[in-house]
Ligand binder design. Structure first.
Ligand SMILES: NC(=O)c1ccc[n+]([C@@H]2O[C@H](COP(=O)([O-])OP(=O)(O)OC[C@H]3O[C@@H](n4cnc5c(N)ncnc54)[C@H](O)[C@@H]3O)[C@@H](O)[C@H]2O)c1
Length: 368
């Protein structure tokens, strides 16, 4: 088990907590949990994940004489609702959770988000541990402390910052993820290279292929590199108000395309498409060198991941969603994160978001 200290301070929540990473480390979990005082453990996961991984983790805790209760909640983006959240909170209280209990959230980002929010709310805050089972959650979601459910009008509308006491990242779970889902998470890793680490990006460009052999060969090593790449950005900006925004590279167009795709594109796939669009915008504005676009497309093609939005999405439609999103945030012109080059984000006076004229953006989106 290797460990890092995650120490960014966010909205006043726990300033420092350990992130434990390893491959097939289930047997060690009780020992690490025992660093904390608690009466009982409440493991929350989905039914599917409970059958796959939850039961054996609960059994390991039981064998170590740790009292454990297992609760399951529904899977999927559609269950990130007030109903699921309140139902979980009530069931935990009914099951006897106390201020001395520890909640364990086991699953992808959806489960993590719901359980993290429940932990923040019950008795004004219970301690909880993250056990991510998807690569996206392991390398991204669990590092940010952002807990949320969706509202009727959009994703992640209601939530708070709340940190787990530690993160237990056992990459052996990730090995069971569908390849397409894993590739989607790897695209976010590629993004970290594009915005902040040209050398690592160049390396990834030479090793990534459609079957992700490089990733599977040393899953723990790869996940460690991705986590470090995100942490190095987070450390420079502990509040996610300034430089952290660069982690949103590709997300302006990406979110719009993901929204229009209505489930047909995974998040990372949409971000890949969005990064290529951002590179094209950067070239038109004389900010990004043309070779950078070639590098974007090359690495995504190497994984057989999409580089362009599905043809049926008109530029007008994509732009419409971007503008609506933007209005909600109180902006005028769409603002995109652009690259000065691979590994370096463009900024003016410390502002990493560049206003892009709508006609230019529209013409780039029509360029297919
Ligand atoms: N808090 C944050 O900063 C943050 C960051 C990124 C994403 N998110 C949120 O996370 C969610 C997406 O998370 P996700 O990509 O982890 O998806 P997810 O939680 O929806 O899980 C996707 C699917 O993978 C399955 N699954 C989980 N682990 C598995 C495994 N080991 N093997 C096989 N199947 C497995 C699940 O059952 C589910 O069907 C979104 O709601 C997003 O808003 C939050």
């Amino acid at each position: 088990v290797s460990s890092f200290e995650i120490s960014q301070m966010q909205s006043g929540c726990t300033p420092s907590r350990p992130y434990y990473l390893g491959d097939n480390i289930r047997e060690l979990f009780p020992e690490y949990l025992r660093h904390y005082y608690f009466d009982e453990v409440y493991l929350v996961t989905s039914e599917q994940l409970n059958a796959r991984f939850g039961r054996s983790l609960a059994q390991t805790l039981g064998e170590a004489d740790i009292p454990v209760n297992v609760l399951t909640i529904k899977e999927g983006e559609l269950s990130k609702t007030w109903d699921t959240l309140s139902d979980l909170c009530e069931r935990l209280v009914l099951a006897g959770v106390t201020k001395d209990s520890i909640i364990v959230a086991m699953g992808g980002g959806v489960i993590s988000n719901i359980v993290g929010l429940a932990a923040a709310l019950i008795y004004r805050g219970l301690r909880y541990v993250e056990v991510p089972t998807t690569m996206l959650n392991l390398t991204d979601g669990t590092l940010s402390n952002k807990q949320a459910i969706n509202g009727a009008g959009g994703k992640n509308q209601f939530g708070t910052y709340y940190a787990p006491i530690f993160i237990w990242a056992d990459v052996s779970y990730v090995r069971h993820e569908p390849l397409r889902q894993l590739k989607s998470a790897v695209t976010e890793a590629v993004k970290n290279g594009l915005i902040d680490d040209a050398e690592w990006f160049a390396h990834l460009s030479t090793v990534l292929n459609p079957t992700l052999d490089y990733v599977y060969d040393d899953l723990a090593g790869f996940c460690r590199d991705v986590v470090q790449s995100k942490l190095s950005v987070l450390r420079r900006d502990s509040t996610e108000r300034g430089e952290c925004i660069i982690l949103e590279y590709g997300h302006t167009v990406g979110h719009a395309v993901e929204f229009l795709a209505n489930g047909r594109l995974l998040h990372g796939e949409a971000v890949g498409i969005g990064m290529c669009a951002a590179a094209r915008v950067g070239i038109r504005m004389g900010i990004t060198p043309p070779e950078a676009l070639f590098h974007h497309e090359q690495v995504l093609r190497a994984m057989e991941s999409p580089i362009e939005a599905p043809r049926e999405f008109e530029a007008e439609q994509i732009l419409g969603v971007i503008i609506a999103d933007n209005k909600r945030r109180g902006g005028d012109d769409p603002r995109l994160i652009l690259l000065d080059d691979v590994g370096t984000v463009h900024s003016v006076d410390g502002d990493f978001e560049t206003p892009v004229p709508q006609p230019l953006l529209k013409s780039v989106l029509a360029e297919r």
